[in-house]
Each structure stands twice: as structure tokens, then as C-alpha cells.
Design a protein around this ligand. Structure first.
Ligand SMILES: Nc1nc2c(c(=O)[nH]1)N[C@H]1C(S)=C(S)[C@@H](COP(=O)(O)OP(=O)(O)OC[C@H]3O[C@@H](n4cnc5c(=O)[nH]c(N)nc54)[C@H](O)[C@@H]3O)O[C@H]1N2
Ligand SMILES: Nc1nc2c(c(=O)[nH]1)N[C@H]1C(S)=C(S)[C@@H](COP(=O)(O)OP(=O)(O)OC[C@H]3O[C@@H](n4cnc5c(=O)[nH]c(N)nc54)[C@H](O)[C@@H]3O)O[C@H]1N2
Ligand SMILES: [Mo]
Length: 750
């Protein structure tokens, strides 16, 4: 028998199995810094809330109206696989013939599992593409705004592209402005698996070299101890950066030569900064009023940055806000004014502290992965975070990145490997819009909130119940994910579910076994590696040994080549400080150069700014029912942090249950009173499973997305704006209803 090994987004491990059950996920010996999240894995694999059999919602089965039996509160009827597959196949056929393939939404955003073959969304999209097509989505919740604006400004998407290495920073950086800090928490994971965690160690190395580092963040402990803390009012970083730009400009500290040679449109931006048009100088005092940072501090930063080798890093989070394009664009513009763009350890970088791989180099070959197939409806995608707008507004017109598009008329939603009742904003609004389609189908291992809100739930295996391969483009490790336990209940692999569906539809179903598919996928990666002179062992050897590590190469910043004379893929070939293209769109919420615009959310008048950053104790909603996540809850509720000043003003003590509310909704959470959070800010990480009280709608578990606003960043990117949310917090003295998030729905047998 070959040695047990497995991998996940949170790292590689060795499954220890007793009596057919996973009892421990032992960290992989090749990982110098394994994530504590591994301890939660055995808790969830055999959890009581696994979906054990295919299930159909009673109201749907009986054709009852959405008023009589809304999605979310109904009971389910268990059926055989044959009946479930037949039902899904018939419904897909009906919707396609009555409404066309445009009525089928298969965007299915979500991280699913690390395995590249059994990647649920890809499996689903291959099937939907082969059976006539589907509406997909574009963009991500992660960096939805910057992946639209950066290609306009830089000619490429710098979110995940190579830029600086930790060692570049150690060697060259003197001043490091960390917008959003560099939280090691987020380096526990990487999409597609982590063989060896390197981020936190890279960060330590970079800091040990002695650069002055400043964590610009509403939260102090989002950068290692020793880093200076500069609190800021959330959502106002662009004003800080513009204020710094003003000092550089009026004190003639900007790099004129760089701006003239490598950028276009600086004059137009400078006029805005001086206030030539609107009479408002965007000086340090102006920025101070918006950000809450003292004007002298802003001037001091500008002066220090202008005489030292400065790097500005901006975490992905900053763009998940109204006008989230702006802080990203302005990061580039300020770095250009300082002149260091394209020099090692200077300029700007994105995503440091957003995921493990960034800063540690990458592989140059295409790692094994599954292809999606060709969707006949390519070009009809919706921006990922506009799903509720689409459901509410079939045929409605909207703006997106210079185009006028229309929403499809969605009648059937198929989701596999994602959890919209975790990831989407304004869950009350989602719940209402979610009642509109005729049919919602979900493949899931667990009774997640999304599964409970579906009509047909097909039980999927977890990765531990099947063979697969984990690989990322950053990590260097390719890890065999070997089947360790039998499928739980009647769960089937997503690939098998779609194979059966394809057969039921009379399609040319793939006849390939999983083993053959893994070989083919691996061999494609092997060929790609050989193309650049890297030798991967043959499949059998790889599978036997369980893992292989490929050399990584140091990050290669494309801006180094730019500085050496290679033009960018922008209209001007330069960094676009002013973009004629964007200005030409005529949008009122994203103009031709970076600018400060007051978020609409501020008009709601709620006094506290909610930050719902990524959770330390899980991956989004995954592993929330594991021991690591549960141990951090307060009387079963997600912990929220707030400042002593705000707590005292509201009579809230450490450990109290609080109610966080605004006009969109309310949730309970357990209070942690701390000096690490700036006054005016309340922090509730995302990922607690949505648990509304059926009687009152009060969310009992601490899911911030009942509070967040569901509006686009701007007409340009239409990305999520979760981080702009305003709320009030109060002590909750009412009856503390139990959390039912992890309970399966009522299930009737048939
Ligand atoms: N308020 C707020 N909201 C946010 C964010 C935030 O910071 N604040 N962050 C946003 C970001 S950046 C992201 S990326 C999203 C993440 O949102 P998601 O990616 O949707 O979150 P996950 O919890 O990873 O959901 C993955 C789902 O796939 C299921 N799954 C796992 N393995 C398999 C499998 O093999 N087969 C099938 N069929 N299913 C499987 C899991 O059980 C889980 O339900 O959330 C976004 N939402
Ligand atoms: N353990 C763990 N790690 C994860 C994930 C997870 O679920 N769990 N999710 C992964 C995913 S999908 C993604 S996309 C990345 C996301 O990576 P990011 O988007 O970078 O992460 P966040 O945790 O949302 O926020 C990072 C920091 O931004 C700060 N911040 C928020 N708003 C503002 C602001 O307006 N101004 C300033 N200056 N700072 C602000 C927060 O306080 C926090 O310190 O993380 C990945 N890493
Ligand atoms: Mo993300």
C-alpha cells in the first residue's frame, strides 16, 4: 500500500485513519510552518451535517408557490440517486427548451476543494458547456475592482503577478507603507493547496532587515509586533495617499523625470490635487479630515517617503469597498510620483498578506489542472458580485467596464463548490431574490446555508473520499491527494454526478476513469514543465512517492523591464495616471484619474464602521464547524472586536453578547473589547454560517453579510463592497436562542 498523503487549501497533511474514520490530519513533514486549521479537518469529514442522500425540497417537489413554501425554511425529501439524476436532467432540459440556455446560471463562484480534477465548479462548467451552455460570471470577490482597473492603468493585472520577493524587501526597502497591514492569518491558505507555507517566514525575514514599516490599518495586530501602527478610518486610504501626493507636489519632492518618461496624464491629476478646478486643495489638512490621521503625520510620511527607498503594499481588502478601484489606482500613482517603480524593493505591490504564495517566487510551468470546455454563451457573463441584481432584474441594462450589458433571465441556478450564503453581501436581499428562479440545484458535502436554500441537493464527497492532485502556480509542490476514507453516506464525486447527468441527457459522457484522468492531467503538467527544462517524474513514480517539489524562480517584476524601456500594454504604453479610456466612459463614480469620492453608505448615518475581514480560524465558511473555529466563538457566536471607548460608551463588557445592526439586518456576536481596534470600528470576520431566526430574522451566529451592502464598487468594475458597511452595536439582553447553523434541515424519507 502506498503512503497516505493529502492536501487542501490550508496545507498538505498525512491522514491518520482508524476504523475507517479520519482521526488526525498530521502536518506534512515538508511544510516548515503548517497551519493550525488542519486540526479541524477530522471534525468535519464525518460531521452529522454531511448530506447523506440526494434530497429534494418538499415545496418544490409538490409544486407549491414560493409564498407557501419559501426556499430556506422548507423540509427535504430524500430520494434515490436515479430519481435525483432523472429529475435534474429533466429540469435542465425543460428550462433549456422553454427559455434557452441563457436561463441557466452556472457561475458557481467558490473555492471548492484544492484538488484540481475534482474541482466542483470546473466539473460543473464542463458539463453545462457540453450540454448547451450557461451564463457564467467574470471576476472575483477577492480582487474584483483591481482586476478591472489595473489592466487599464498598467496594461496587466498586478494582483497576483510577480512583483517583489520578501528578500528584495529585506535587501532594498527602507520605508514600507503597508496599506491593510500584512496579516499572517491570511497566509495560512492558497487556492489549490500549499505544500510548504513560506509567507509568514518571508515576512519575518523582510522585517528583520530593519526597514521602517508602517501598518496603515484600523486594526493594530494585522502586522507583526514592532511594526508602527497608523490607524485610519476604513475606506479612506485614497484620501491619505492623495494628501501625501499634495505634500510631494507643493514641496517639489516628486520625481519629475520618472513622471515625464514613464507616465501619462500627471498634469491633469496634479490640477485635481491642487484644487485648480474645484477650489479644494487636497492637502494634508483635507486628508486629515477624511482619514482621521493628523496633518503633520501625513506631511511627515510624505517627506520620509520622498528621501528613502519606499515600497507601498496594498492588500486586496481595500478594494472591497465603494470606489474600491481608487486606492489601487492611487497606490500606483503615488509610487510613480516617488519614482521607484521598477526598482527592487521600491514602487508598489499587491496582495502581500492576502495569501501565502505572494513574495516567495513561483513556478514557470502550467501546473496540472482541468479545462472548463468551451461555453457557447461566452461573452454573456455577469460580474460575479452582481448576482442579486441579475436575479431581481431580468433583461435589465447595466454598465460594466465601458460596456452596456443586459442581465439574462435566470430560471435555473446550479451551484457546486461555492457558498453564496457565505460570500455574498446583504443576505436578506439575496434570500428574497433567491426565491425567483424556478429551480436551484446544489452539489455539497454539507448542509450549508446554500444547500438548505436549494431545491435539489446532491451529496458530494469531500476530497478525503477520492483520489486527486493538488497544485498551485506559486507553491512549487505537486501533492497527491489520496483517498483516505470511504464516501460518507451515498455521496458521489462531483465528476461522477456530472457523468451520470451527461448520460441521462444522452450526451457523449466521458468514459475515462478517474485514474486515467489524473494521469492525463499530470502528464500535461509534465510536458509543460519539460518545455522549460524541468523534469517531473512519471505519474506512477509521483503517485507512489506522493509529492514532488519543483524549483521556484524568484519573482520577476514586469515593471523592471518597463523601466528598462519595454512599453506597457496600455494605450499610451505608459502608466496611465490619467486614462482617456476610463474618462471616455463618462462614469460619475470612476473618472479619468484617481480621486476621493464619499461612499454612499456614509449617508446612512450609522456610527461604526464594520470590517469583515477573512477569518483566522477557517477558510471562509469552510471548517466553521471544526474545533479550531468553534473554540474561538463566544457562547457559540462569532467573536467581534471593538475598542474600549466604543464598548464603554455602550455599556458593553468583554464576553457580552451584542447585537450588530443597520437597516439591512442584524446579527448576534460575542464582544471582545480591545485596544487593538481603532475607535469607530467594529470587526466581525466573515464565515460564520448564516443562521437567521425563522421568527424574527435576527441572525444568531455572527454572519456579517446580513449587514453588508450589495452595491457595485462603480460602473467600471461592479465588484463587491462588503468593507464599506456602517453599523450600530448594542448589548443584547434578549433571550439567547440556540445556534442552528450546523443542524441539517428537517428530512423526510420516502
Ligand atoms: N463580508 C465579507 N464577505 C466576503 C469576504 C469578506 O472578506 N467579507 N470575502 C470574499 C472572498 S475574497 C471570497 S473568495 C469569498 C469566498 O466564498 P466561497 O468560496 O463561496 O466560500 P467557501 O466557504 O470556501 O465555499 C466553498 C464551498 O464549497 C464546498 N465544497 C468544498 N469541497 C467541495 C467539493 O469537493 N464539492 C462540492 N460540490 N463542494 C465542495 C464547501 O463545503 C463550501 O460550502 O467570500 C467573499 N465574501
Ligand atoms: N485564514 C484565512 N486566510 C485567508 C482566507 C480565509 O478565509 N482564511 N481567505 C483567502 C482569500 S479568498 C482572500 S481573497 C484573501 C484576502 O486577503 P485580504 O483581502 O488582504 O484580507 P482581509 O483579511 O479581508 O483584510 C486584510 C486587512 O485589510 C484591513 N482593512 C480592511 N479595510 C481597510 C481599509 O479600508 N483600509 C486599510 N488601510 N485597511 C483595511 C483589515 O483590517 C485587514 O487587516 O485572504 C485569503 N486568506
Ligand atoms: Mo477571495
Amino acid at each position: 500500500m502506498t503512503a497516505a498523503i493529502h492536501s487542501a487549501h490550508w496545507g498538505a497533511f498525512r491522514p491518520r485513519v482508524e476504523n475507517g474514520r479520519l482521526v488526525e490530519a498530521v502536518p506534512f513533514e515538508g511544510d516548515p510552518d503548517p497551519a493550525d486549521l488542519l486540526a479541524s479537518v477530522p471534525d468535519v469529514v464525518h460531521a452529522p451535517n454531511r448530506v447523506r442522500r440526494p434530497a429534494i425540497r418538499r415545496g418544490w417537489l409538490e409544486g407549491r408557490s414560493r409564498d407557501e413554501a419559501p426556499r430556506g425554511g422548507d423540509e427535504f425529501v430524500e430520494v434515490s440517486w436515479d430519481e435525483a439524476i432523472g429529475t435534474v436532467a429533466r429540469e435542465l432540459t425543460r428550462v433549456r427548451s422553454e427559455h434557452g440556455s441563457e436561463a441557466i446560471f452556472g457561475g458557481s463562484y467558490g473555492w471548492a476543494s484544492a484538488g484540481r480534477f475534482h474541482h466542483a465548479k470546473t466539473q460543473m462548467q464542463r458539463f453545462l458547456a457540453a450540454s448547451g451552455g450557461y451564463i457564467a460570471h467574470v471576476g472575483t470577490y477577492s480582487f474584483g475592482a483591481s482586476s478591472v482597473i489595473l489592466p487599464r492603468v498598467l496594461g496587466f493585472d498586478a494582483n497576483t503577478s510577480d512583483s517583489h520577493s520578501w528578500d528584495d524587501i529585506a535587501a532594498h526597502t527602507e520605508t514600507w507603507l503597508m496599506l491593510g497591514g500584512v496579516p499572517t492569518r491570511n497566509m495560512k491558505v492558497d487556492s489549490g493547496g500549499v505544500g510548504a507555507h513560506r509567507g509568514a517566514r518571508g515576512l519575518s525575514r523582510a522585517l528583520a532587515a530593519g526597514a521602517r514599516a508602517i501598518n496603515v490599518n484600523p486594526i493594530r495586530d494585522e502586522a507583526p509586533a514592532g511594526v508602527e501602527w497608523q490607524p485610519i478610518r476604513p475606506g479612506t486610504d485614497v484620501a491619505l495617499l492623495i494628501g501625501i501626493a499634495h505634500t510631494l507636489l507643493v514641496e517639489d519632492r516628486h520625481d519629475r523625470a520618472f513622471l515625464e518618461t514613464f507616465t501619462t496624464g500627471f498634469d491633469r491629476f496634479a490640477a485635481y490635487v491642487r484644487g485648480d478646478g474645484d477650489g479644494v486643495a487636497k492637502d494634508a489638512e483635507w486628508a486629515s479630515d477624511i482619514t482621521g490621521i493628523a496633518a503633520e503625520r501625513i506631511r511627515g510620511l510624505a517627506r520620509d517617503m520622498s528621501v528613502t527607498r519606499t515600497l507601498i503594499t496594498t492588500t486586496w481588502s481595500l478594494q472591497r469597498a465603494e470606489h474600491g478601484e481608487q486606492p489601487y489606482w492611487m497606490t500606483v500613482v503615488l509610487a510613480a510620483m516617488l519614482g521607484g517603480v521598477g526598482r527592487p524593493g521600491e514602487g508598489f505591490a499587491f496582495g502581500f498578506g492576502s495569501t501565502d504564495g505572494i513574495g516567495s517566487g513561483s513556478q514557470r510551468f502550467r501546473p496540472p489542472s482541468l479545462t472548463k470546455g468551451v461555453n457557447p454563451l461566452a461573452g454573456r457573463e455577469i460580474p460575479v458580485a452582481r448576482i442579486v441584481d441579475a436575479l431581481e432584474n431580468p433583461g435589465g441594462a447595466y454598465d460594466f467596464d465601458g460596456e452596456r450589458r443586459t442581465y439574462p433571465d435566470i430560471r435555473l441556478v446550479y451551484w457546486a463548490g461555492g457558498n453564496p450564503f457565505h460570500h455574498h453581501q446583504d443576505l436578506g436581499r439575496l434570500t428574497a431574490a433567491w426565491q425567483r428562479p424556478d429551480t436551484i440545484i446544489v452539489n455539497e458535502p454539507w448542509w450549508t446555508p446554500t444547500a438548505k436554500h436549494a431545491d435539489i441537493v446532491l451529496p458530494a464527497t469531500t476530497s478525503l473520499e477520492r483520489d486527486d492532485i493538488a497544485a498551485t502556480s506559486s507553491d512549487g509542490w505537486i501533492v497527491a491527494m489520496k483517498r483516505a476514507v470511504d464516501p460518507v453516506g451515498e455521496a458521489l464525486d462531483d465528476s461522477e454526478i456530472f457523468r451520470r447527468l451527461a448520460l441521462a441527457l444522452g450526451l457523449d459522457a466521458p468514459h475515462q476513469s478517474v485514474d486515467a484522468a489524473l494521469r492525463e492531467m499530470y502528464d500535461a503538467g509534465r510536458t509543460s514543465a519539460a518545455g522549460i527544462g524541468l523534469e517531473l517524474p512519471p505519474f506512477d513514480e509521483f503517485w507512489e512517492s506522493g509529492s514532488v517539489e519543483l524549483p521556484r524562480v524568484e519573482p520577476r517584476n514586469p515593471l523592471v523591464r518597463f523601466r528598462a524601456g519595454e512599453p506597457l500594454a496600455t494605450p499610451s504604453g505608459r502608466i496611465e495616471i490619467f486614462s482617456e479610456t476610463i474618462a471616455g466612459f463618462g462614469y460619475d463614480d470612476c473618472g479619468g484619474h484617481p480621486a476621493w469620492m464619499t461612499p454612499r453608505e456614509w449617508a446612512t448615518g450609522y456610527p461604526l464602521q464594520l470590517i469583515s475581514h477573512q477569518p483566522t480560524t477557517r477558510l471562509h465558511s469552510q471548517l466553521d464547524h471544526g474545533s479550531v473555529s468553534r473554540a474561538a466563538k463566544i457562547r457559540g457566536r462569532e467573536a467581534c472586536r471593538l475598542s474600549r471607548a466604543d464598548a464603554v460608551a455602550r455599556g458593553i463588557r468583554d464576553g457580552d453578547i451584542v447585537r450588530i445592526r443597520n437597516d439591512r439586518g442584524a446579527c448576534l456576536a460575542g464582544a471582545v473589547v480591545t485596544d487593538a481596534v481603532a475607535p469607530g470600528v467594529v470587526v466581525l470576520p466573515t464565515g460564520a454560517w448564516y443562521d437567521p431566526d425563522p421568527a424574527t430574522g435576527l441572525e444568531r451566529h455572527g454572519n456579517p453579510n446580513v449587514l453588508t451592502a450589495d452595491r457595485g464598487t462603480s460602473k467600471l468594475a461592479q465588484a463587491t463592497t462588503a468593507q464599506t458597511t456602517l453599523v450600530e452595536v448594542e448589548r443584547f439582553d434578549g433571550e439567547l436562542l440556540p445556534v442552528e447553523a450546523f443542524d441539517p434541515p428537517r428530512i423526510a424519507e420516502r
